[in-house]
Design a protein around this ligand. Sequence first.
Ligand SMILES: [Zn+2]
Ligand SMILES: [Zn+2]
Length: 332
Amino acid sequence: MSLADRPFIIIDLNSGRYLEKNVGHEIYNLVPNPIDNRYYGYCPPYGNLDIRSLGVKPNKHGYVDGVLVVYVQKISGSCDREVVAFTENARVYATPQLGEKLKRIVTVGERVEYCKYVVESDTLNLLDGYPRFIIRIREYNTYMFRMQRVYKGKYPALDKKLIEYLDEYLSFKTTDDDLSFQGQVQCAEDIGSFDNVFNSEPSYTTTGSAMQVSKSARVSKFALRKADYKCEADKYHNTFSTPKGVQYMEGHHLIPCTTSNAVAFYERFCVNIDCPENIVCLCPTCHRKIHFGSDVEKKRIISQLYLLRQDEFKRIGIEISLDELYGIYGLL
Ligand SMILES: [Zn+2]
Ligand SMILES: [Zn+2]
């Protein structure tokens, strides 16, 4: 599901009196809980939110899953807000949860309190060091964050700009993960055959109950060997020799191996997309073209690689059209 289709709420952190005293149940919102590594978010000022305003009926346990929650903070010396973090797949409760076992404690004056939460998620994207998204309050109205929360649909122009920004961040992160993965591919031992791995369940690493797909460097290495360490976009592209005595090449998952794609393709076709059939061997220039090229350049190379792998996809049971693949890359 794309971000634009999700229920969505903006929560304003550390405003009002909490900003001065720096205490409050929201002090833990942006840090993983040490007990289970998950994220728990409080929604100030009353720790409760109107779950019906999310546009989805809560289930019988009193929560909604798959909510996009965006945390913003007041910029000091200004009324404007800055996006500090978001989670694209949160569980949001109708009533505040206490979670005594989570040891989220805050001291208010003499009193020690358990911190309540209404948002719970496996992951949180911190936007530290990433180009900022600032909400200029004067473009909306001065009461915008009076209740320290804004629901989807209240400011449609803001929703649109914000979703675009978050989508861009997620695509940046996928690229970042993919390019840093190449180091592991280089170090991986080139042994074994992974011709049947498409049949297996994707493997996930779990922290607490958080789930993240894990890519196998050895499977990618095997895909490079199968391509004889030649660029599959153009076999005449030369790079340089690695200490292992082969030409330097990179592995790219044609259907990008993100957690949501891995889950979706396994559900639909029972195929693990971290398989050699889905990994193309590319020279660094062609690889970066896929991630950083203009839409025209991206389409050109993706369609070429799609034609190359179309039969392999069919053989292992994946049905995907070129248009659907373009869609996965955000190309319309
Ligand atoms: Zn890549
Ligand atoms: Zn190339």
